[in-house]
Design a binder for this molecule. Structure first.
Ligand code: GLU
Length: 285
């Protein structure tokens, strides 16, 4: 078994949570208990003086809920409707986060990004400066894609990739992807009972990338295992470790940092020749 005790020394941690992990399956409404535990975990990391970033989805899903969107209505102009729902839902989501962060006496900030934030050298530098300044101020940035301005052609599209981009941009040393699955399997465990769980990926090669393609994600968010493998590629190439773990019990965050064996750990393997903007551009061709 790989010794994970070094994880307690991580200094800059990005945690990503998807829409499906934040809401009640039956109703689509926010699960306040989960949100509360999530925020408490992040504040507790901050209390250990670690730099912490939350990448959260849920804007579109919560916007749809707020206006009680009729699925037929959604077909009228699917992108514009999603963008409108994101505009509604992002503000509501942030309001809820802010309330809970305030309960723990923690200041949080909102950063909304698009692909241009990665692509454009000036935008990227500006975003990096903002993150650095927020860390110095002891603030937890809460990040999502700026879905209201990201058109289909330029969007990052899924928050798995976005969270890895954030980790790369800020030089994080750990990215935790909270998902509705325990981690990486050799095949989709929901379809293949012989699928084997993988605890550690020391070197991310093509065979692992293929495993990602064989599996699917949930119907609420956009990321399946494939986008998680893309995230792993970005994060590990930039030198960060990454863990895919199950969001069912969000206290898994401190258990991971304690070095306990949860989820699949991808070991960072810094590749000096890795070009983040070029890699992200290639994904969208
Ligand atoms: N940015 C989208 C939202 O907040 C979700 C993207 C994703 O599910 O990964 O609604």
């Amino acid at each position: 078994m790989y010794d994970r005790s070094y994880l307690k020394d991580k200094k800059r941690i990005v945690v990503k949570i998807g829409s499906s992990s934040l809401q009640h399956k039956e109703t689509g409404d926010l699960d306040y208990i989960k949100l509360d535990v999530l925020v408490r975990e992040l504040c507790n990391l901050r209390n250990q003086r670690k730099d912490v970033v939350l990448v959260t989805s849920g804007a579109i899903a919560q916007g749809k809920k707020a206006v009680n969107l009729d699925p037929e209505e959604g077909k009228r102009n699917p992108i514009a409707v999603k963008q409108a729902c994101a505009a509604i839902g992002q503000a509501r989501l942030m309001m809820t986060y802010q309330k809970i962060f305030a309960e723990y006496n923690q200041v949080a900030a909102q950063i909304l990004m698009t692909r241009q934030t990665v692509d454009n050298d000036i935008n990227r530098k500006n975003a990096q400066n903002t993150f650095e300044e927020l860390f110095l101020l002891g603030v937890i940035p809460v990040v999502n894609e700026n879905d209201t301005v990201a058109t289909h052609e330029i969007e990052i599209g899924d928050n798995d990739t976005l969270s890895a981009i954030v980790a790369a941009m800020i030089g994080a040393d750990l990215l935790i992807l909270l998902s509705d699955i325990d981690g990486l399997y050799t095949d989709d465990p929901r379809k293949n009972p012989d699928a084997v769980f993988i605890e550690t990926v020391e070197k991310l090669d093509e065979s692992y990338m293929k495993m990602g393609k064989a599996t699917t994600g949930s119907s609420v968010g956009t990321g399946g295992m494939n986008t998680k493998m893309i995230a792993a590629k970005i994060a590990t190439s930039c030198g960060a470790d990454m863990i895919i773990a199950n969001s069912e019990d969000i206290r898994i965050i401190h258990r991971i940092i304690d070095g306990r064996n949860f989820g699949t750990l991808f070991i960072g393997n810094k590749d000096e020749s890795f070009d983040l903007p070029a890699y992200v551009n290639e994904l969208h061709k």
